[in-house]
Ligand binder design. Structure first.
Ligand code: TYM
Length: 337
């Protein structure tokens, strides 16, 4: 007799970026680039985390522009909006609802230990709001609401995924197997792209020195200028050594990530070459990496109607999964549903 086998359901991925500033080379190499690799094998859910952006004050017009631009960038980087679910977080209210519930299963002490909270409250001393503190709970809700198996993030978000696992385990410990306990995926190369001007700190959209941060939509001449001015050291060797040669190590990391080779291959390729040769070569590799993204994003942003169709469809598909999880959680907790 012929046997019918059920296809195994695909594993699911969830990740997000907050539109609190322009996207950077760091967010591309640390996150989006890796998302692309998963779209065949996994069911992927990627969101524009606008709820997360308001822990620091945002100009409403700018937030709207950046949210749309970020969605367009996801698509222009190569994420297929039919294969993946692409949406804007605030369009799926279930995230905020689950976040409240999970907050009651998260400890004050756990949130106080989050390094990002400590960093950000030091930087925003005049606005240490409750959202800044409870932000990792919302991130846990983003992940657990889709029963994600894997969460691709850069190094700085690993601690938040660890906390998500703790929250899921705690909740499951009380109510049975409700949430899938997710794993973080941190890429072997490019998990921590550093500032070009201050290679001891992360390249970030909130960086003070604009030359330290390469934006995803920067023009080629700006990218080249930033790399030519990148801080290096007085040594002459192109060698990976984060501790003693942070500037050069960061450039090696960027070159390897941009061209898809390893650090060792990069070092071999530039053996005996000077910093004066290497810096523009890294710039050129990044220009080529980002060129199609910038051109496609510009094109996509001209068709607002198409983008609206995409995010509405994405929100509907996301809500379909998210609402079911929230209903299950409410039932387990003891709410009348
Ligand atoms: P965000 O918006 O700060 O950063 C988005 C993603 O980019 C990575 N990243 C970097 N990777 C390498 N080098 C860098 N310099 C660099 N800068 C940023 C981050 O690690 C991240 O993967 N809370 C999150 C957004 C979020 C989220 C989620 C992520 C909201 N909900 C659920 C995963 C799952 C954040 O602020 O990332």
């Amino acid at each position: 007799m012929e046997q019918t086998t059920q296809p195994t359901p695909k594993k699911r991925i969830l990740s997000a970026i907050k539109p609190s500033g322009e996207l950077t080379l760091g967010s591309y190499i640390g996150a989006i680039r890796n998302w692309l690799a998963f779209q065949e094998e996994y069911e992927c859910v990627y969101c524009v985390a606008d709820l997360h952006a308001i822990t620091v004050r945002q100009d409403p017009k700018e937030l709207r522009r950046r949210s749309l631009e970020q969605l367009a960038t996801y698509i222009s980087s190569g994420l297929d909006y039919e294969k993946n679910i692409l949406f804007i977080q605030s369009h799926v209210p279930a995230h905020a609802e689950l976040s409240w519930m999970l907050g009651c299963y998260t400890m004050f002490g756990e949130l106080s230990r989050m390094t990002q909270f400590k960093d950000k409250s030091a930087k925003n001393a005049d606005n240490i709001n409750a959202g800044l503190f409870t932000y990792p709970v919302l991130m846990a809700a983003d992940i657990l609401i889709y029963n994600a198996d894997l969460v691709p993030v850069g190094d700085d978000q690993k601690q938040h995924v660890e906390l998500t696992r703790d929250i899921a385990n705690r909740f499951n410990g009380v109510y049975g197997n409700v949430f899938k306990v997710p794993e973080a995926f941190v890429p072997p190369v490019g998990a921590r792209i550093m500032s070009l001007q201050n290679p001891e700190s992360k390249m970030s959209k909130s960086e003070v020195d604009a030359n330290g941060c390469v934006l995803l939509l920067d023009k080629p001449e700006d990218i080249m200028r930033k790399f030519k001015r990148a801080v290096t050291d007085s040594d002459r060797e192109i060698r990976f050594d984060r501790e003693n040669k942070p500037g050069i190590s960061n450039l090696i990391e960027i070159y390897a990530a941009a061209t898809g080779i390893t650090r060792e291959e990069t070092m071999a390729q530039f053996e005996g070459k000077s910093y004066g040769d290497f810096k523009p070569a890294v710039g050129e590799a990044v220009v080529e990496l980002l060129r199609p993204i910038r051109e496609n994003t510009e094109r996509l942003l001209k068709d607002k109607g198409e983008l609206e169709r995409i995010y509405k469809e994405g929100a509907m598909r996301a809500a379909h999964i998210a609402d079911r999880t929230v209903a299950k959680v409410k039932k387990k907790i003891g709410f009348i549903v």
